[in-house]
Design a protein around this ligand. Structure first.
Ligand code: UTP
Length: 289
């Protein structure tokens, strides 16, 4: 059982979003909307629902609009109230963050996910922390990070969100090899970044939610490059595995890789179908396709 409360989260958002060019020339991928809210708002809400108190965004050149989005926009709220648009004023207020809840560090060059997390080392100090990738949207009754923290609170160590993928797809993910399984919990024996299907017997993929001990920073600080010439988080976690336990948790929500165009579109449809005001029109459209 862990005696540490996880209070901090890091959200890496300094990538170039090349799979979404040309829109990402000027609009950060993390601000792409699911209907009327950007992906990153879902991420931040998931973190806050899980009890996270402080969030550090890893930002990069051209990404300041992400931070602007979370301003409470008091002038806009006042204007909406004067026009008696109270619901909209409340929507604006709820999508803002209060002073000091969000801080940002700069990743000067997109050298990889591991490097982005290392850029938040002063924010983390020596506490265990969560990592949430905004392009991994997980929709469900219970937040994915809430589920991971339940596992962390029971077992301690490090906890990763995982899902089974097709064997032919393992070269797109960090893969967890495991010895034991207890329900939805897998005890990791090895972690490999983007292996070929021949290199691993496992097809359990890491999805962008992690609960990690601060010791990961020591390994990331070595700045060793791995797959794709990037500083990979999975490689640092693999080094930690010699001294610390890692568990994979197969979360209950539905995952959409919104870094990929077709899954982003599916996420929009899923969100639309959940909204009673949009559901009939979407269903009607699908039925007549
Ligand atoms: P991705 O690889 O999915 O994002 O990284 P990307 O690099 O922006 O996208 P493509 O592949 O070019 O289309 C997952 C998350 O990690 C962040 C990204 O912003 C994204 O939220 N990231 C990635 C960084 O912050 N820095 C990096 O160097 C790489």
């Amino acid at each position: 059982m862990s005696s540490y409360k996880v209070r901090k989260a890091v959200i890496p958002a300094a990538g170039l979003g090349t799979r979404f060019l040309p829109i990402t020339k000027t609009i950060p991928k993390e601000l792409l909307p699911i209907i009327d809210r950007p992906l990153i708002e879902f991420t931040i809400n998931e973190a806050r629902d899980a009890g996270i108190e402080e969030i550090c965004l890893v930002s990069g050149r051209g990404k300041d609009a992400i931070i602007d989005y979370f301003d409470p926009c008091e002038n806009l709220q006042r204007h909406l109230k004067e026009k008696k648009k109270y619901d909209l004023a409340q929507t604006v207020r709820e999508s803002g963050l209060s002073e000091g809840q969000l801080c940002a560090v700069r990743q000067l060059q997109p050298l990889g996910l591991g490097h982005a997390i290392w850029c938040a080392r002063s924010f983390i100090e020596s506490e265990p922390f969560a990592v949430l990738l905004p392009d991994d949207l997980i929709l469900g009754e219970k937040g994915c990070l809430t589920e991971l923290l339940e596992v962390y609170n029971e077992y301690g160590g490090n906890v990763l969100a995982v899902k089974g993928v097709q064997k032919s797809q393992v070269n797109k993910y960090g893969i967890v090899e495991y010895s034991e399984r207890e329900g939805s919990i897998y005890k990791a024996t090895n972690l490999i970044e983007k292996p070929s299907p021949q290199e691993t017997h496992s097809s359990l993929a890491i999805i962008g939610r992690y609960v990690l001990n601060a010791s990961v920073m020591k390994h990331l600080g070595l700045k060793k490059t791995g797959s794709g010439g990037e500083i990979q988080l999975t490689d640092a976690m693999k080094l930690m595995l010699k001294e610390e336990e890692f568990r994979g948790f197969s979360f209950s929500g539905r995952h959409f890789d919104c870094g990929c165009k077709s899954e982003y579109l599916l996420a929009q449809i899923e969100a639309g179908l959940k909204d009673p005001s949009m559901k009939p029109a979407i269903q009607d459209y699908i039925n007549h396709c």
